[in-house]
Design a protein around this ligand. Sequence first.
Ligand code: MN
Length: 495
Amino acid sequence: MRFFDTTLRDGEQTPGVSLEPHEKLQIAEKLSSIGVDVIEAGSAAASTGECEAIRLISDAGLSAECCTYVRAMQGDIDLAADYGADSVHLVIPVSDLHIQKKLRKTRSDVLTMAYDAVEYAKERGLIVELSGEDASRADPEFLLEVYRGGVERGADRLCFCDTVGLLTPEKTATLIPPLCIAPLSIHCHNDLGFALANTFAALKAGASCAHVTVNGLGERAGNTAFEELVMALEVLYNYRTSIVTGEIYHLSTLVSKLTGVALPVNKAIVGEMAFTHESGIHAHGVLREPSTYESVKPETIGRKRRIVLGKHSGSASVDAALHEMNYRPEEKQLKEIVKRIKVLGDEGKRITDTDLMAIADAVMAIECSPVLRMKQFTVVSGSNVIPTASVTLIVHNEEITSAATGTGPVDAAMEALRKSVADVADIRLEEYHVDAISGGTDALVDVTVRLSKDGKIITSRGARTDIIMASVEAVIAGMNRLLREENENRSKTPD
Ligand code: MN
């Protein structure tokens, strides 16, 4: 089977999403290298930016086919051909509802439009995927007539669009087989959460290609999610796709970053919590044997399992986390540490690595003098200024002042901090996350960061009403922990 990815067209139609041509190219390159067969790069008629993106992608020499969305209009088809697309996704409304209410035309008008467009696109040397919009509400006989005539006039492939997500797997199983008179794609929407099930049902019924989007982006509730379809086929049906699954998470985070659409934390496969365990029983289980509570191995999609600590944690996971940080608590100390974690957890807090270390230090009476302290911090931002931050840190009793600019005040602050410790260590900010704890502009802001140094990763937090100070506090706390002597004694017992 084949994957037709429409992240850059239907996915970009997600309300509020707009990608620049170079961002589209970046995603297209990743889609091609991960093994997607067709990339719908955009809709040439939409804007000049779209045309530029199609040109960039078609010129990039990707192994994937570069497709563009067109209506049954010569002008659209000309743009597709002129900007170098290999193929067109030629979309024709086929339900009476769309034909009469949207187009204000008749079925025979639609047949003429469709056939003329197919012929014209073939004349222009394009591969044609003739697509029936709102096919799930169309008269199946009329739909077949559209497809048959289209194929006779040279359409290479067909597509069945469940435009508003009204299919069921049962309907799909009966609707699809008679339509497979040429290679057929299935294009599903997730309005009722059935996109994946319907896509799968269509593939089983004879469709040979699935239209998908990364992270399930798309109009309204989105399209069939690429990562879910690939992993469901691989894991549940033992079907080997041509996709390099180890790159899925990277692709997903790239798309999330560039589109600005955050991943729901509990999203299948790619959500933050999809491979995170907190509860004592589950964490204990996966520490002994991952398959006890994991159906997909996180490594297969390029992720790692995470055990987080909170009020559900048991002593096994707390002990495992402490061991990783070189703490060797005695049983009594471990009990006390677990107790304090549960208290924090009950307050609704996520327990970061620095929280755990602070608790362990306190319980085990380990003295920890910070490696670095902040002496001053200034940030400037506003209209007509480049956000700039300066910071003075005392590192190993030496004063270091650094300044940096950034895309915003937080970015500038992070860069200034990184620079000031650059001589001591190469510390990088891997992840940055903000939660506002209450509703107004005076809200307490909770910033969580993931920092890394030579492959060692640490999470840390800062909570303030000032978002920049919360960020600085989180980073300094994390840096202090990363800079601690690795061979220091962490099994000291209380005096
Ligand atoms: Mn669609």
